[in-house]
Design a protein around this ligand. Structure first.
Ligand SMILES: Nc1ncnc2c1ncn2[C@@H]1O[C@H](COP(=O)(O)OP(=O)(O)OP(=O)(O)O)[C@@H](O)[C@H]1O
Length: 682
């Protein structure tokens, strides 16, 4: 709201009503003013302007005549809002004590108010990047805001009073604006700058006094549209990939400059503490200084498509990255890189000697690719590895328990490689896979000619082969009872005698056994010897099911992907959405099932990318087809089996349908039943 005080001017000269024309002429000449105020006995009664005085002079016979004055004056409180009245040409502002504080002519007041309004609008529009130019009816520029100066690249001192019509180039007739027309969305150029905006007639008291041009830079506008487009694309990209907070999302502009980092920040990877330290830098800097390799931005730019790579950083960090290019009108606008850490948990806890040992181990593994790498990120496995490494130093017998496919054999190998025996043999035998009549000769060997069909030179048993090394007896629960006795004897006496032989050989073997059975229960049932059980159950470790350590699914998936890519010489990768499906599956077959699924996905899907739909099809598609079939892998008490089935149905169902209400419809029970069961499960 504009008040009178905002636009009042101070009164400089008062003259008495009895002043002569000559005296007033002196005032005008001496003070260089346009108006004098006329008083009578100290009270303001009127005013006399230069024009009025000149008029009097032209008609007066002599200059000693008294002045004439006008009295169309209105007194207004200085703090009241500006309003205009008919038949009044001059406003006098007064304060609360009725003292005169200033004046304004109506004409000046209107001009002032327009100016103030424009200033307000200007302030408002400045932030929005809108330029304003106002001209009079001769197209002379009378006002130009700061934004307009910036957009046009010309200062107001140059532009003021210049003819706007001749400076501007467009295909519209601006005279129409002065006739009262508004021109909308007109593209113009001035000083080689492209602008777009509207022309409005400027009306004062019903008269057109000029035009106002409100505009913005087309360049900036187009950038904003592109940005909007990009954000839209990015949003949908991010929506899809940003489901979990374990990802680092990097936005890099077309020149390689890092613009944004979202999600988690992989400090170990960048070797800096905060995202601010990398924002604004060129990604090239990091790869050139070998902070990490390869540079996925470069790959993406060169190949002009979405790429994926495993990036290793100078430290111990390793990430899996997918780089997606964003194009606008054929030009590379941005690259969005999504990365996930696949560094093994423990590496950050390792000291240098451990790292060296790991490197040595890795080199050996490279040579002997039969040896399997233990891949993990979960705290559970990290803890297990720490414990396993500790006991690996001693010769104690170790029992590995866990569901089928959890990786018991890989752990057995890990124990061996972490032990002082790591330069000796690691020998594995699957007790469930060898015919009963051959187990004995396999384990203990035989002398020449000891039985029909035997090698005529005789043969060393696995105990002998593993001497000084490690013997891994897998599926120990499958060992027949008679063999259990013999094994017990070997373990007690630490010597073996070949079949048909007489001389016992002393052996020094570290025994690791594994089972997916409940050995204690087998002892209770009389299927496993109690004395052997206690011999083997010296240091037991339970390997958790994959379902209990979901953090491992991602690095394992990438590990198998890389393994099979190499094995089959196929180029293929997962989309982040595909990974998400793998991570939410329950994996009843554990790591082995995951490994199989990855192999099938690599071999059987078309195209370079393994998509979400492919994974869904391989994980759930078949289940749908064989909808009504249930497979029982092993015998167990009925009550336990029913509970297990219920648990699996509810877990899988809740993952898919999210609410008890929806799931209840699929399972054909009431939502209350589902909720009760969920509570029980928790
Ligand atoms: N943590 C892991 N890192 C890498 N590979 C793994 C891991 N765990 C399991 N695997 C792989 O998964 C497959 C199954 O593992 P493994 O044979 O060790 O399981 P298991 O528990 O011994 O199974 P079973 O009880 O049926 O003998 C193997 O090919 C193994 O290499």
């Amino acid at each position: 709201m504009i008040i009178w005080k905002d636009i009042l001017k101070p009164i400089s000269i008062f003259v008495d009503v009895r002043s002569t024309i000559e005296a007033v002429i002196h005032h005008f000449a001496d003070q260089n003013i346009d108006i004098v105020f006329v008083t009578e006995k100290g009270t303001l009664i009127g005013y006399c302007t230069k024009e009025l005085l000149l008029n009097q002079i032209s008609k007066a016979s002599d200059l000693t005549q008294l002045i004439q004055y006008k009295n169309d004056i209105l007194k207004v409180p200085q703090y009241s809002p500006v309003e205009f009245y008919h038949n009044v040409s001059l406003m006098i502002g007064i304060n609360a004590k009725e003292e005169i504080v200033g004046y304004t002519t109506i004409e000046q007041a209107r001009h002032h108010i327009n100016e103030l309004r424009l200033k307000d609008i200007n302030l408002l529009l400045h932030g929005a990047g809108v330029g304003i130019v106002r001209t009079n009816v001769d197209y002379q520029i009378e006002f130009i805001n700061e934004t307009a100066e910036n957009i046009l690249g010309i200062s107001s001192s140059f532009l003021l009073l210049r003819n706007y019509k001749t400076l501007l180039t467009n295909d519209k007739n601006l005279d129409k604006v002065l006739e009262g027309e508004t021109l909308i969305s007109v593209n113009s150029s001035i000083n080689f700058k492209q602008i777009s905006g509207n022309f409005y007639p400027l009306q004062v008291d019903g008269n057109i006094t000029g035009l106002v041009h409100v505009f913005f830079s087309r360049e900036v506008f187009e950038e904003a549209v592109q940005e909007l487009d990009f954000v839209r694309n990015l949003n949908s990209d991010l929506q899809a990939v940003y489901a979990s907070s374990q990802e680092q999302i990097l936005v890099i502009d077309g020149s390689g400059r890092i613009i944004r980092v979202a999600g988690m920040f992989l400090k170990d990877f960048w070797k800096v503490e905060t995202p601010e330290k990398i924002i604004g830098k060129n990604i090239d800097e990091f790869s050139k200084n070998n902070i990490f390799q390869p540079n996925v931005f470069d790959l993406c730019k060169k190949q002009k498509k979405k790429v994926t790579a495993i990036q290793d950083s100078a430290g111990s960090s390793r990430v899996w990255s997918v780089a997606t290019p964003v194009y606008h009108e054929g030009k590379l606008e941005k690259v969005v890189v999504l990365s996930r850490d696949i560094t093994q948990q423990s590496s950050s806890l390792k000291d240098q000697s451990e790292k060296d040992a790991d490197q040595a181990l890795h080199n050996r593994q490279e040579k002997n690719n039969k040896e399997k790498r233990l891949v993990y990120r979960s705290k559970k496995i990290e803890q297990l590895v720490i414990e396993i490494k500790r006991v690996a130093q001693f010769n104690s017998t170790i029992l590995l328990e866990g569901e089928s496919g959890v990786g018991k054999e890989v752990f057995a190998q890990k124990i061996h490689t972490a032990s002082p025996r790591n330069n000796q043999a690691f020998v594995r035998i699957n007790c469930g896979a060898i015919p009963e009549n051959l187990i004995e000769s396999e384990l203990f060997g035989y002398e020449k000619g000891s039985f029909t069909g035997a090698d005529k030179n005789g043969k060393a048993g696995l105990f002998e082969i593993a001497n000084n090394g490690t013997l891994f007896l897998d599926e120990i629960g499958e060992l027949p009872l008679n063999m259990q006795v013999k094994l017990l004897r070997v373990l007690q006496e630490r010597e073996v005698t070949r079949i048909g032989g007489v001389r016992p050989l002393s052996i020094n073997v570290r025994i690791i056994t594994a089972t997916n059975k409940d050995l204690r229960e087998m002892v209770n049932q009389g299927d496993f010897r109690e004395d052997l059980y206690y011999r083997l159950y010296v240091i037991p470790f339970r390997i958790p099911a994959l379902n209990e350590r979901k953090e491992d699914i991602f690095p394992l998936s990438i590990h198998f992907l890389e393994q099979f890519k190499q094995m089959y010489d196929i180029k293929k990768s997962f989309t982040p959405e595909a990974i998400e499906v793998l991570e939410t599956y329950t994996w009843p077959g554990n790591v082995r099932e995951l490994q199989n699924i990855v192999e099938r996905l690599i071999l059987l899907t078309e195209g370079e990318w393994i998509q979400r739909e492919h994974v869904l099809k391989y994980l759930y598609g078949e289940v749908k087809k064989k909808k009504k079939q249930l497979f029982v892998l092993e015998l167990m008490p009925l009550k336990e089996a029913v509970e297990e089935l219920e648990t699996q149905l509810i877990e899988r169902g809740m993952q898919k349908y999210r609410t008890a209400d929806k799931l209840s419809k699929v399972l054909g029970v009431s939502p209350a039943t589902i909720s009760r069961r969920i509570k029980k499960l928790k």
